[in-house]
Ligand binder design. Structure first.
Ligand code: TYM
Length: 332
């Protein structure tokens, strides 16, 4: 059976991009695949996290998955640090991946910025841990937003090199699943920048727990341009802010951008923004309040994570044992 693995970092400010680029797509896939969804707390600590906040954020991501419709009875939901195999396989992959491959990772360059010498070693080897997450379960498909594409190419390279080095075809070569009208949601303040958890401007993103007033305010203030809405998708070329809002509308309404242009073409943005705001409140409002309800009962979220971790260990332990045998580690 085809198996899905995907993850979200518990670094706070879970936003519309995480929802439309990833979590919402998971809901659509859960009937056709065996799915493993992970709150990647070990990835989160590659940059400083306050320990108490990390715990709260871990529960928040789990709540977001469940509130969005990922069914914890049908899927495995757990946090990464509960399954030690992730760290063990990451070490093996640290010895398979080449420095040159990691040097090309654009996310490291962006996150480390000009202060590369001060970045943690974990931030640098982050993609190897991500490859380990996926390969620990021999997952075949990974649904993510556009920004994770390069990391998945590295995962394929690591798996391929491991197979070549040890002369076998142990690891599957994973396929990214990047789909929908919002694979790269941009900042509401600057259509050339990705919507991100770490943007200093809170107005740049809609977070999943925003109430109706906050959603409406952020959309009203979202950057647009002076032209009316075009009649078709091609008319959005060179208009990143407009294209972003149209893409968000299309994704939230499960339609394509052309059909949204067909409906709103020629209108002013004020009219369109009102409609987008109503739609966003209708779709995100119930998810935000369900997240709040779930987070108020942390013991039931913890129960889901414990149960998920147990299932994740049961799948991964025999795979990790096989890997250790291939590498030549004596086992107890
Ligand atoms: P993270 O936590 O940054 O993001 C979680 C998911 O949300 C997607 N995403 C977006 N999609 C559209 N528009 C955006 N502006 C946007 N921002 C984020 C991401 O593509 C991702 O799918 N390295 C990963 C976590 C990870 C992982 C894995 C993913 C660790 N191990 C194994 C898949 C498989 C990350 O930092 O995601």
């Amino acid at each position: 059976m085809n198996r899905i693995f995907s993850g979200v970092q518990p670094t706070g400010n879970l936003h519309l991009g995480n929802y439309l680029g990833a979590i919402r797509n998971w809901v659509k896939l859960q009937d056709d695949y065996e799915c493993i969804f992970c709150v990647v707390d070990m990835h989160a600590i590659t940059v400083w996290q306050d320990p108490q906040q990390l715990i709260a954020n871990t529960r928040e991501v789990a709540a977001a998955m469940i509130a969005s419709g990922v069914d914890p009875k049908k899927n495995i939901i757990f946090n990464q640090s509960m399954v030690p195999g992730h760290a063990e396989l990451a070490w093996i992959f640290n010895c398979v991946a080449r420095l040159g491959w990691l040097n090309r990772m654009t996310q490291f360059k962006e996150k480390a910025g000009s202060n590369r010498e001060k970045a943690s070693v974990g931030l640098y080897s982050y993609p190897n841990l991500m490859a380990a997450d996926i390969m620990l379960y021999k997952a075949t498909h990974v649904p993510v937003g556009e920004d994770q594409k390069q990391h998945l190419e590295l995962t394929r390279d690591v798996a391929q090199k491991f197979n070549n080095d040890f002369k076998n075809d142990f690891f599957p070569i994973v396929e990214p699943l990047i789909f929908g009208e919002a694979t790269r949601v941009m900042s509401l303040r600057d259509g050339s920048k990705k919507m991100s958890k770490s943007d200093p401007s809170a107005a740049s993103r809609i977070v999943m727990t925003d109430g109706p007033d906050e959603i409406a305010k952020k959309i009203r203030k979202a950057k647009t341009d002076a032209h009316p809405i075009p009649e078709n998708k091609e008319g959005l070329d060179g208009r990143p802010d407009a294209a972003n809002l149209m893409g968000i509308f299309a994704a939230l309404s499960d339609r394509n951008v052309d059909s949204i242009c067909g409906e709103y073409g020629g209108s002013q943005f004020s009219t369109f923004k009102q409609a987008l705001s109503d739609l966003a409140v209708e779709k995100l409002g119930p998810i935000g309040s369900e997240m709040q309800r779930l987070m108020a009962d942390s013991s039931s979220i913890d129960a889901v994570l414990h149960d998920g971790a147990e299932q994740a260990r049961a799948i991964s332990e025999p795979i990790l044992n096989d890997i250790k045998d291939i590498v030549g580690f004596l086992r107890p």
